[in-house]
Design a protein. Structure first.
Ligand code: CA
Ligand code: CA
Ligand code: CA
Length: 169
């Protein structure tokens, strides 16, 4: 009895605290997505026969959530032709309730399978990319990157994207 009553009281206190913070309506975090029109195209060069080309529509794809004012690394991977994979390594920073920034390192891995860790080239776009959490649609424009296979030649990829954020309460 002595042990159960305090537990019930603190559970009730938590319920009241939850109701209070919902009324205050201060976002605790942000959910991130690719903007409509975002894409990644990968061309797997074939010495014999036609190249294998795949375009991935990234529109509204969920990237992940950041709680608090911090930064986090997210990775989006896509593969074409069974051998050319692009990893978009996106470091996202939630600066405050409204302002978000990101940098992206696009890496190409090409080898015997989509799981190859043979790094063949990459492209970087730095911290200048910014966008406001919705409802504002202000952003710094789409990031456009070209990635080429520097070591075995032929394979290449292109991506164009921007992100948006929805407040989390
Ligand atoms: Ca190939
Ligand atoms: Ca192939
Ligand atoms: Ca390779």
């Amino acid at each position: 009895m002595n042990k159960i009553l305090p537990a019930l009281l603190s559970a009730a206190a938590l319920l009241f605290a939850g109701a209070g913070s919902a009324q205050a309506a201060t976002p605790t975090g942000t959910d991130y997505y690719f903007t409509p029109g975002s894409y990644l195209t990968i061309t797997d060069h074939e010495t014999f026969g036609a190249n294998e080309v795949k375009t991935f529509d990234l529109s509204n794809l969920y990237v992940g959530r950041i709680t608090g004012q911090t930064s986090k690394l997210f990775k989006v991977s896509r593969c074409a032709g069974g051998e050319v994979r692009i990893d978009l390594e996106i470091t996202l920073k939630r600066e405050d309730l409204n302002m978000n920034r990101f940098e992206v390192f696009a890496k190409m891995f090409e080898g015997a399978s989509c799981n190859s860790d043979d790094y063949d080239g990459g492209a970087i776009d730095g911290w200048m990319n910014a966008f406001y959490t919705r409802p504002s649609l202000i952003n710094s424009g789409a990031v456009v990157l070209d990635i080429a296979n520097k070591y075995e030649g032929g394979d290449f990829a292109k991506t164009s994207f921007q992100l948006y954020g929805n407040a989390v309460y």
